[in-house]
Design a protein around this ligand. Sequence first.
Ligand code: GCO
Length: 440
Amino acid sequence: MRHTRPDFPDGFLFGAATSSYQIEGHGVGGAGRTQWDDFAATPGNVVRFEDGARACDHYHRYAEDLDLVAAAGFDCYRFSLSWARVMPEGRGPVNAEGLDFYDRLTDAMLERGIKPCATLYHWELPSPLLDSGGWRNRDIAEWFADYTEVVMSRIGDRMFSVAPINEPWCVAWLSHFEGHHAPGVRDIRAAARAMHHVLLAHGRAIETMRGLGMGNLGGVFNHEWTDPADDSPEARSAADRYDAIYNRWFLGGVFKGEYPTLALEGLEPHLPTGWQDDFSTIQAPLDWCGLNYYTRKLIAPAGQPWPNYRDVEGPLPKTFMDWEIYPDGLYNFLTRAAREYTGDLPLFVTENGMASPDVLKGTSVEDPDRTAYLDAHLASAKRAIAEGVPLNGYFIWSLLDNYEWALGYEKRFGLVHVDFDTLVRTPKASYHALAHALKS
Ligand code: GCO
């Protein structure tokens, strides 16, 4: 690893990230059924029908996992709470065991000198809420605010930072227009409503936490850099539409109180009545903005109705996800976010990392590509900082190999290898490289 801690400003925070359903083991501790359990149980959705019932069994092994966070020298741990673990029905009764777990987890971080950075929703919608329309139903903003209140009344006093919703694009578009993630819906009206309600719920959660007296609240938005597949004006405008829907919708809503015209062109007819009046909630002031970044897409027209785009294979080296490795995209987004949306607001890279087909040989896992990937993206982050972008921290996805959603357990993103039969954890070479960099 070429970069070390002293290459970054004093106080710059390094962290590792995970999410509840991907690691905890949702089959234990009284958690309720989630849309991912249902999605995975429906043939054709998830590789080998795998689900998160056991995952990494972090529910029982969290102490060992937090020891690994601390031993690497990380400052922060970005984790998420499962709505269905805390409120199995999504509304009403609280599962005391679930709340106790997050309380113990929080204290275990603090005991190790790790800053708890929580996300309230990383996609495990309680199934009963889906019966009531899930993200299509405007009431979800209030259901989510109630859940936020329950959780943060218990652990909010000890959080370093909190974001309501991980990657609104995935919650709304990927899951309700493309249908690749739970609940697997492909419907423009459902997608438009989810695109709006996810931001309304974000805003209500921020208001709720302010009401509890909490600070250091932000949002976590995923970004995918977009280039036209060729020089034609058609490819340019397809790429711009992709950018508007994927990247600009969410920052636009939260930081400008408006949605991009290129996205409204297709979505406005399907938005709920009175959507324009919700921006005062959606724009609830934030203390920081988080960007998740992995890759870029080359976009061409698709010869289809709106949004009329498709992605074409790019020329760059790819990760095990088949995602192009394009560190410049991180620099582009950090500078663009600060310039066009967030100004002086502190930014964080809240996720960055790669999957590789890592194999355990004896007691070691050699993953030089991951180390190189992280190094290249840290260089981009540094470049942005040098140009005045207020970037305050960088989180790696992920601490552990885990449940990669529709792709099951095969795509290994961890700094730490997990044997999914024995659940034995083995730090990979990238983990050791990073630990060395963070301690120097
Ligand atoms: C996301 C999520 C993670 C994923 C990771 C790799 O960005 O999709 O936050 O849950 O596992 O990004 O795809």
